[in-house]
Design a protein around this ligand. Structure first.
Ligand code: HGA
Length: 608
């Protein structure tokens, strides 16, 4: 994760750096810092632990001025969250901000210690700063040449921006796996991890590619490869409109995003449903039908909430389109020896499109014989979108809360449309029309449950001081249980686990006692009778049970029912997600947690 922004300008850069950093906070918020070269040609560095606003307050009090500088918001990978470990890191005249993980930092650190370097942090980034300084001292080369000489010694990911105080006329950027994008100005230039950090100052951008080393001056930019050849990167004009999203009447972005879901889903469906209840994905182009007809297997790769969405769709793909589907955690996919099935199609899912594990999986997959790949993503212009053959946007709108809500339900909406499309191409009994009819009802059904929030609020007050919770479901409600448990963990820090209901008797039943609430997702469907038996097994062992269902059944006192309206089968998994999101939200609210920015997490996970 980690967010980088740097600038070389005619005007004071402080505002550019701090405003940009604020927009990058979704990449990490353990600590943040900046360093500039001031008018007296000295380095001024300010760092602090905590959110970017804390840094901004500190910086504003100091009234500093500079026309070249770097800033960074950190998600710690090497060394605890502390001021000492906060970027920028400095080695004499060399200033470095870094996004990535060095794999050989321990070896380099030992070597640099023998050369007399004293380390003030535990980060891999400080190793880079000292290495560059050591190399420069030895060779007396320019910092650009020093970097070119040194990158071979660095193993891992090391996208970074470097300033040499002795030559404060240029920024040097190195792109290695994590994205860096140059923003082009008039008589000034910028670089950041994401264009949203720069959209208020420029619309003209140039993406760096892996291995690029850019020398960025006020009036010109040169990009080199490792062999010192100049390379050209295309200039693009960004149409992305970044609106500052306000919380409005809501206490948290997460609450707002939960309530936005009927509208987000309408946006996801817009222009994709034909009047005759069929689906069109115009954005896929004419090849879509030909390609989809060839698919014999679907392989979906994702992480976290997106993984849970993928898991729901596995049940849909197999039962509704008769297409075998496997779902895999991206970090596992990218770190094992792979074998693609015959005529397999790869789907990646990511809210941000910058999820490093998913990107790495996509890149690995290209070495294999997949029919093609498609990404389901919320961020147009993201690396995943750029590197995929096909792209379906979730159109959820900017999501700020770190715990995904509207991303999940819009991902499911896109997946269900895809299922309908493939079912139609495979000529499976009119499923497409039925799904489209159901999808059209979804926004209103979600509004209904949102209007009944009091029901969930009451349960939250009964559960917020529990230490552990279990979530169970069967069929496609098992991954819905997984998502419910994940939401609760993320924002309330209550330990929560999800199990396929039938699995309890194979071990987890040993956990059951009156202090561990079990949340059961049990709508009326063909699996209801089976899950009723599982509820009995828990209640016979004095477990405390909360059943989310459109049915009530006669049970002992320890079984509580949260009665929900009947919802059409295809869209019911999406519908049942909403009360679980509300449950997690109100429990975290009762616990007074930092709901939008939970500890140790970040919105976009840009390290593997
Ligand atoms: N390894 C560096 C940078 C971490 C990072 O890129 N996180 O996303 C550190 O720990 O500071």
């Amino acid at each position: 994760m980690c967010g980088i922004i740097a600038a070389i300008t005619q005007r004071n850069i402080i505002d550019i750096l701090t405003k940009g950093l604020k927009k990058l906070e979704y990449r990490g918020y353990d600590s943040s810092g900046l360093a500039i070269i001031n008018n007296e040609k000295n380095i001024v560095r300010i760092r602090c632990v905590g959110k970017v606003n804390k840094l901004i307050n500190k910086v504003n009090k100091k009234k500093i001025f500079g026309t070249i500088g770097v800033a960074h918001t950190r998600w710690a990978t090497h060394g605890i969250v502390s001021k000492e470990n906060t970027h920028p890191h400095i080695s004499s005249n060399i200033i470095v901000v870094h996004n990535g993980i060095l794999e050989n930092d321990a070896l380099l650190r030992d070597f640099l210690k023998t050369q007399g370097y004293i380390f003030r942090s535990n980060t891999d980034t400080e190793v880079i700063a000292h290495l560059l300084h050591w190399e420069q001292n030895k060779t007396k080369h320019s910092i650009k040449n020093v970097i070119q000489d040194s990158v071979n010694k660095l193993h891992g990911n090391y996208s970074m921006v470097v300033i040499d105080k002795n030559n404060p006329l240029e920024l040097i950027a190195v792109c290695s796996k994590s994205p860096l994008i140059i923003g082009l100005g008039i008589g000034e230039n910028f670089i950041a991890s994401d264009q949203i950090a720069l959209l208020n100052i420029t619309k003209r951008f140039m993406y760096l590619e892996d291995g690029d080393i850019a020398v960025i001056k006020k009036k010109d930019i040169n990009i080199f490869n490792k062999n010192d050849f100049i390379i050209h990167r295309k200039e693009i004009f960004s149409n992305i409109k970044y609106k500052t999203v306000k919380k409005g009447k809501y206490r948290h972005y997460m609450e707002k995003e939960i309530y936005e879901q009927p509208v987000s889903i309408k946006n996801t469906l817009e222009n994709r449903l034909n009047k005759n209840n069929t689906i069109n994905f115009l954005e896929l182009g004419k090849q879509e039908d030909v390609l989809f007809c060839k698919i014999e297997h679907i392989h979906i790769v994702a992480c976290g909430t997106s993984y849970n969405a993928a898991m729901v769709s596995k049940y849909w793909f197999e039962s509704l389109t008769n297409t075998p589907c496997d779902v895999e955690i991206a970090s596992e996919f990218s770190s094992r020896t792979l074998a693609a099935r015959k005529n397999s199609f790869l789907i990646t899912i990511s809210q941000s499109g910058e999820t490093a594990d998913t990107l790495s999986a996509l890149r690995q997959s290209k070495k294999l014989k997949y029919l093609g790949n498609l990404t389901i993503c919320n961020m147009e212009g993201s690396t995943l979108v750029k590197e995929s053959d096909y792209y379906l946007s979730t159109n959820a709108g900017i999501e700020i809360g770190v715990a995904s809500t509207k991303s999940f339900t819009t991902q499911l909406t896109v997946l269900l449309m895809l299922v309908a499309k493939i079912a139609n191409l495979k000529k499976i009994n009119n499923i497409e029309k039925k799904i489209v009819k159901n999808l059209n009802m979804l926004p209103n059904r979600i509004t209904e449950i949102l209007e009944n929030k009091q029901l969930i609020k009451n349960i939250a007050t009964q559960l917020f001081n529990k230490k552990h919770m279990l979530f169970i479901g069967r069929g496609e409600y098992y991954p819905i249980a997984m998502e419910g448990a994940l939401k609760l963990k993320e924002i309330s820090y209550i330990h929560a686990e999800a199990y396929a209901a039938g699995e309890l008797k194979h071990g987890p039943l040993a956990l059951i006692d009156k202090d561990i609430p079990v949340i059961v997702i049990a709508p009326k469907n063909t699996l209801l009778e089976k899950i009723k038996k599982n509820i009995k097994e828990i209640s016979s062992r004095s477990g405390l049970i909360y059943v989310f269902s459109d049915q009530t059944f006669n049970y002992e006192e320890n079984v509580n029912f949260i009665t929900l309206p009947y919802v059409e089968t295809f869209i019911a998994p999406i519908f049942y997600t909403i009360p679980l999101q509300l449950l997690a939200y109100y429990i975290a609210l009762n616990k007074n947690k930092n709901i939008d920015k939970p500890r140790h997490l970040a919105k976009s996970v840009t390290v593997e």
